[in-house]
Design a binder for this molecule. Structure first.
Ligand SMILES: [Zn+2]
Length: 381
C-alpha cells in the first residue's frame, strides 16, 4: 500500500512523511477514525514508507524489495495482531492472529477498508465474540524482543485494539511505554471510548476523518464499477463510510432484481389495476433506485439477447437471475428485446431530466404491456 493508493488526506500524509524524514516518529501511535475509513490503509502506507529502501519526499517507491514485501503484507519486520475467534478448524485455546495470517493478508489486500464483521465472515468465525486474547499479548511481546531482520524498525500493527482482553491490554502497557529500541506500535482503532485510558495516554493520536463524499464517489466508480449518478447519490447518504456505501449499492441492486421481475410479470398479464398501484410504489423510490431499476432492466435485456442467441458462456448471471432471464427470453422475440431496451433506455434518461415519475412509470408499463400483448397474439396465430 502506497500513500498514493489512498485518495485525499494530503495534509495527514505530509505530516506522517515529515515525521519519518525528520526522524521523529512517535513510537506508539493510534490511527483513530470511524469505521469505513482509511485508518488501516494509512497505517499500512505509513509502515511501507518507513521500510522503503528508495522513498521519495512524497511516497514509498512501490518497487524495492521492502515495498514488494509490504504490498503482500509479508515484510519480516511488520507484525500484525487483530481480533479473531474460534472456527471449525481452530479451537478457542489456539486462537491467536498468527494462525489466521494468510486469510488476514488476503482479506486486507482485497479490501483494506473492510471492518470487523467483514473480517469475521471472511475467516469463518462462528459468530463467536471476536477478541485479541491475553495469549496474543504474550506473542506480541515475544515478537518484538527480536532485532529487526531487514529494516531499521520493527513495526507492530494492532488492528482494532478495542477488542483486546483487558488483562492482555494491561500486559502491553509497559512495552507501549518503553518499547525496545527501534520498535513502533501502530494501533488502528474505530472507537477510542472502548480503549483503556492507560492505552490512550501512552499513544500519540493520529486523527483520521471519514472519507469525503467525493472520495466515496470515486471509490465506488473506480474500484467497484458503480455508475456515476448512483455513486454520487449513495455517497451523499453514508457519512464517508465506504462499507456502508457498498452495502447500499448491493441492496439497491438486489431490490432492482425483485422489482423488475415482478413488474415484468404484471406487464405480461396486463394487470392495469396493479400497475397503477405500482406507480405509487415507484414514485416513493429514490431517484437513484428508480434509475437503477431501468438500468437493471436494460442489463436484463442484454442478457436475454445472449440467452436467445444461445451464447450462455457470455452471460455474467447466476442463480435466480439466470433462471429468470432464461424463462423471460422464451417469450421474447429479438425484435421485442430491442423495443423494450429502447423504452427502458429512454425512461432512464427521462428520470435523469426529472420527469414526472408516476406518469413516466405508467407510460413505460403500458408500452411494455402492449409489446407482450402482440407477442402473445403472434404465438397463438
Ligand atoms: Zn520502496
Amino acid at each position: 500500500m502506497k500513500f498514493s493508493d489512498i485518495s485525499g488526506y494530503e495534509s495527514l500524509k505530509t505530516q506522517l512523511i515529515q515525521s519519518v524524514i525528520s526522524d521523529q516518529i512517535a513510537h506508539a501511535q493510534l490511527f483513530l477514525g470511524p469505521e469505513g475509513g482509511p485508518n488501516l490503509a494509512l497505517a499500512l502506507a505509513f509502515s511501507a514508507y518507513i521500510n522503503c529502501l528508495n522513498r521519495t519526499p512524497e511516497d514509498s517507491c512501490g518497487e524495492c524489495d521492502a515495498c514488494r514485501k509490504n504490498a503482500k503484507l509479508v515484510h519480516p519486520d511488520v507484525h500484525f495482531a487483530f481480533p479473531v475467534s474460534a472456527t471449525k478448524k481452530i479451537k478457542a485455546k489456539d486462537v491467536i492472529s498468527v494462525k489466521f495470517l494468510s486469510e488476514w493478508r488476503n482479506f486486507v489486500i482485497q479490501d483494506p477498508y473492510n471492518n470487523a464483521s467483514g473480517w469475521n465472515n471472511y475467516f469463518g468465525g462462528e459468530n463467536k465474540q471476536l477478541n485479541i486474547s491475553r495469549q496474543e499479548s504474550r506473542e506480541i511481546i515475544k515478537n518484538l524482543s527480536l532485532k529487526p531482520f531487514e529494516g531499521l524498525y520493527k513495526i507492530m500493527i494492532i488492528w482494532l485494539p478495542e477488542y483486546m482482553h483487558p488483562a492482555g491490554a494491561n500486559a502491553l502497557l509497559k512495552i507501549l511505554e518503553e518499547p525496545p529500541h527501534n520498535t513502533l506500535f501502530l494501533l488502528v482503532s474505530n472507537d477510542e471510548t472502548k480503549l483503556l485510558s492507560t492505552i490512550l495516554s501512552r499513544t500519540q493520536i493520529v486523527q483520521i476523518k471519514p472519507f469525503s463524499d467525493e472520495e466515496i464517489k470515486k471509490l465506488l466508480i473506480n474500484q467497484h464499477f458503480v455508475e456515476e449518478d448512483k455513486a454520487g447519490q449513495i455517497a451523499h447518504l453514508v457519512d464517508g463510510n465506504i462499507n456502508e456505501a457498498l452495502r447500499l449499492a448491493r441492496e439497491v441492486e438486489d431490490d432492482s432484481h425483485k422489482m423488475f421481475r415482478d413488474w415484468m410479470r404484471l406487464c405480461y398479464v396486463g394487470d392495469l389495476m396493479e400497475l397503477t398501484k405500482w406507480t405509487e410504489k415507484f414514485n416513493s423510490m429514490s431517484k437513484v433506485a428508480q434509475q437503477t431499476l431501468f438500468h437493471y432492466g436494460l442489463s436484463m435485456m442484454r442478457e436475454a439477447l445472449i440467452v436467445s442467441n444461445n451464447e450462455l458462456e457470455l452471460s455474467r448471471l447466476m442463480g435466480e437471475e439466470l433462471e429468470f432471464v432464461k424463462n423471460f427470453s422464451k417469450i421474447l422475440s429479438l425484435q421485442s428485446i430491442e423495443e423494450i431496451s429502447d423504452i427502458l433506455n429512454e425512461a432512464y434518461y427521462h428520470i435523469e431530466r426529472n420527469a414526472h415519475s408516476k406518469i413516466l412509470f405508467l407510460s413505460v408499463s403500458l408500452k411494455i404491456s402492449e409489446i407482450f400483448k402482440k407477442l402473445k397474439m403472434l404465438s397463438k396465430a
